[in-house]
Design a protein around this ligand. Structure first.
Ligand code: DX5
Ligand code: ZN
Length: 218
């Protein structure tokens, strides 16, 4: 089962409930929330208060991507706000095994995110404990960037890693995903597709989401 996770980073936040309803009716499986603190990445977005508001707008699982320093300090806050999946960056967390355990203890699914320059092989000793591996296909921080070309190879490496460990984490991609590249990425073995600008900057949000969902479902 392939899942579409629209990122509200590019949504019209003055109309968030309506924008979420549109993607929910058009094939979205998760809602992706990008949390940025101006330190781990050079941009600031929103925190648990907004995640709580998003939770009220949808029954879909909230996929919360923490691009922040010291994510351990905020896991409970995001869980209490309604996060169903919480992903932390490999590059930021020192005691990753402990953090993954903590996310599961508080009742969420646990994900690890890797930046484009972090080798997939770095995950060999954590992969069997995670529910989700999020492979960044742009440098995190902004919507609307171009897909980094070696990402398909990295997805295939993640598929191999999962097989060799007999693990069962989902593989998710985030950044520069559009109708032009999503089929190839799906064929490389990806399970969950985040898309921000290609959905919310489109003239027809519904049609854009439906098109992506159809392309991954083929
Ligand atoms: C980037 C964020 C992404 C962003 C993707 O740091 O993690 O989730 O919303 O935006 P697009 O799909 O426009 O590349
Ligand atoms: Zn993201």
């Amino acid at each position: 089962m392939k899942l579409l996770a629209p990122s509200i980073l590019s949504a019209d936040l003055s109309n968030l409930a309506q924008q979420i309803r549109l993607v929910e009716m058009s094939g979205a499986d998760w809602i992706h929330c990008d949390i940025m603190d101006g330190h781990f990445v050079p941009n600031i977005t929103f925190g648990p208060v907004v995640v709580k508001a998003v939770k009220k707008c949808t029954k879909l699982p909230l996929d919360v991507h923490l691009m922040i320093e010291n994510p351990d300090l905020f896991l409970e806050d995001f869980r209490n706000a309604g996060a169903d999946i919480i992903s932390v960056h490999f590059e930021e967390v020192i005691h990753l095994n402990r953090t993954i355990n903590r996310i599961k203890e508080i009742g969420a699914k646990a994900g690890v995110v890797i930046n484009p320059s972090t080798p997939v092989s770095s995950l060999v000793d954590i992969a069997e404990y995670i529910d989700l591996l999020l492979i960044m296909t742009v440098n995190p921080g902004f919507g609307g960037q171009s897909f980094i070309s070696n990402s398909e190879r990295r997805i295939k490496e993640a598929v191999e890693l999962r097989k060799s460990l007999k693990a069962n984490f989902l593989i998710e991609v985030d950044g520069g995903i559009s109708s032009k590249n999503i089929s190839a990425i799906s064929k490389a073995g990806c399970d969950v597709f985040v898309a921000g600008s290609s959905i919310f900057n489109s003239d027809n949000i519904s049609a854009a989401a439906t098109e992506l969902k159809n392309l991954i479902s083929k």
